[in-house]
Design a protein around this ligand. Structure first.
Ligand code: GLC
Length: 559
């Protein structure tokens, strides 16, 4: 490839990832919890989407303090989800259908019920003691560190047994592993090899920016506060992170045809490049949080902010380094609620627009289960309705700090992770075809209309639009590698850009608003044909295009 495609081709750049939250996908045992056999049953559905990879949230043995992100055995399957034989069958079924499998690797921390931690906490001279971060109480209270899920946001937890504190950046049942100990790193590489030898194709490195730590745990300088930006700046990208990534690359990644994607990229574009640029020999891909963080309060973001964020990252990664592109995952509420509109009149159109967007941008698209249907937030209202430790402990913390609990609950109704974890909507039956019994989280009431069975039959459904958009991306490398150029930056409601690869040019127009909106841009005179449209019509008159609310179109342009 020449000029405009300055990126080298790779299968993982050309892939489209479908993220499955196993707990919520399909239950075959009648316990209200999804399982691996459920995914096996739905392999033909997954294939029908056209996606080329799946990413599975953790399926390993876990006491489920944080829904599987607290692992007690990295080489065993959570009994609720099935057996290793089920997993092997799943992998075979995927590969038979030419779908790759990406696994979560959660190694910033383990569960406190992992054998390593049980040993480690048992005595100060246990051989696993240094697998975790301990601070002997006789040295006084350690300096403050932030914890995401702790009621008091405190990462140090006093443990009576050995009169010492251990570190947990997430919940108290998720003690941080000590990456500065080479034995821990070797354990992790062996675990990764175990899965790579089974044939998995990729790894998603959970919370990875936090693994390396200055183990003297100095006091944070003035200026530190508990905002996300500060938390990442002072806890992330520790002193040896690149050394460890290079080591992981050498020991594991370079030995298999796999890729690894980092969750989190530090605090700057430069940090991100240092993780994924090819000559660094570290990871292949990363995802940053700046775009999802655009909506982190009841005030939604503006289109100008969306344009600015995506353009900044795209421009910086134009020729070097590769990113994931996504609008939702299991840590977010539904993309329609955050970036589109769940009002009946706009729900479907905005879901189609958002899918058009992520599937027409550079980067590997990650699509969260249910977003191909336009699933929306469940709208939990009372704290008792939540299952997620982040929401529950966040509530306790807000209460302790005397914050306005009504505002907290309203914010959770929009943003809580449980909104994005409700059961997959397969059909209009009572439990949406997800389970024969009461599901672990309630099914969204709108499953009577928003479901696979209904949408498969409707030609213009969100689902069928998604499939068309996937097919379009797979047909045109321009949508994968083509140069992105933002047009009409100041336009308040339309996001317009071109993608260009050699002599193939495409124009993408997305009306991010509930009102009709027009645009005039010189590219319009070069329009050749309409490639995709989420409405039946499009108004093009006198070099001006008028888009209906949330209308999304892609044109090919003349050479
Ligand atoms: C990551 C995961 C999230 C989990 C946390 C702790 O951010 O995506 O779901 O709670 O790490 O493992």
């Amino acid at each position: 490839m020449t000029n405009q495609s300055l990126q080298k081709r790779n299968w993982w750049k050309e892939g489209i990832v479908y993220q499955i939250y196993p707990r919520s996908f399909k239950d075959t045992t009648g316990n209200g919890i999804g399982d691996i056999r459920g995914i096996i049953n739905k392999l033909d559905y997954i294939k029908s989407l056209g996606v080329t990879m799946i990413w599975l949230n953790p399926i390993y043995e876990s006491p489920n303090d944080d829904n599987g992100y607290d692992i007690s055995n990295y080489r065993a399957i959570m009994p609720e989800f099935g057996t290793m034989a089920d997993f092997d069958e799943l992998l075979e079924g995927l590969h038979k259908r030419k779908i790759k499998c990406v696994m979560d690797v959660v190694v910033n921390h383990s569960s406190d019920e992992h054998e390593w931690f049980k040993q480690s906490r048992s005595s100060r001279d246990n051989k696993y003691r240094d697998y975790y971060h301990w601070w002997p109480a006789e040295k006084g209270k350690p300096n403050y560190r932030w914890s995401f899920f702790d009621e008091k946001s405190e990462a140090w937890k006093y443990d009576k047994q050995t009169d010492a504190y251990y570190l947990h950046y997430f919940s108290q049942k998720q003690p941080d592993l000590n990456w500065e100990n080479p034995k821990v790193r070797q354990e992790v590489y062996e675990i990764m090899k175990f899965w790579a030898n089974k044939g998995v194709d990729g790894f998603r490195l959970d919370a990875f920016q936090f693994v390396s730590k200055d183990t003297t745990f100095p006091e944070f300088p003035k200026g530190y506060d508990d905002t996300v930006v500060s938390v990442i700046k002072y806890h992330g990208m520790g002193p040896n992170i690149h050394k460890y990534l290079k080591e992981m690359n050498k020991e594991v990644l370079s030995k298999y045809d796999v890729f690894a994607v980092s969750e989190g990229v530090g605090s700057s574009l430069e940090d991100a490049h240092n993780i994924v640029d090819e000559d660094r020999e570290e990871l292949q891909m990363a995802y940053h949080f700046e775009s999802t963080d655009l909506v982190n309060s009841l005030d939604k973001c503006t289109l100008a902010e969306i344009k600015e964020c995506f353009t900044k990252w795209d421009t910086s990664f134009d020729t070097e380094g590769w990113l994931a592109i996504y609008l939702a995952n299991h840590d977010q509420s539904r993309m329609v609620n955050r970036f589109g509109s769940d009002k009946p009149a706009f729900k479907d159109a905005s879901a189609k627009l958002l899918n058009t967007f992520i599937l027409s941008m550079k980067g590997t698209p990650y699509v969260y289960y249910g977003d191909e249907l336009g699933m929306t937030n469940n709208g939990f209202e009372k704290i008792e309705e939540y299952q997620d430790i982040a929401a529950i402990n966040g509530y306790k913390s807000a209460k302790a700090k005397g914050e306005d609990l009504d505002v907290y609950l309203k914010t959770m109704t929009l943003l809580s992770r449980d909104n994005g974890r409700t059961p997959m909507q397969w059909d209009a039956s009572e439990n949406s075809g997800f389970s024969s019994e009461k599901p672990w989280l309630p099914v969204n009431k709108n499953h009577k209309t928003v479901n696979v069975a209904t949408q498969e039959k409707e030609e213009n459904s969100v689902l069928n639009h998604f499939k068309k958009m996937v097919a379009l991306r797979k047909q045109h490398l321009t949508l994968v590698y083509g140069k992105y150029t933002l047009l009409e930056k100041e336009h308040a409601t339309i996001y317009a850009y071109t993608r260009v690869l050699e002599d193939v040019k495409m124009l993408v127009l997305l009306n991010f608003s509930e009102k009709e909106s027009s645009i005039q841009t010189p590219e319009i005179k070069n329009i050749d044909s309409l490639l995709i449209n989420n409405y039946h019509n499009i108004v093009l008159k006198d070099q001006k295009i008028t888009l209906a609310p949330y209308q999304a179109v892609i044109y090919s342009l003349k050479k």
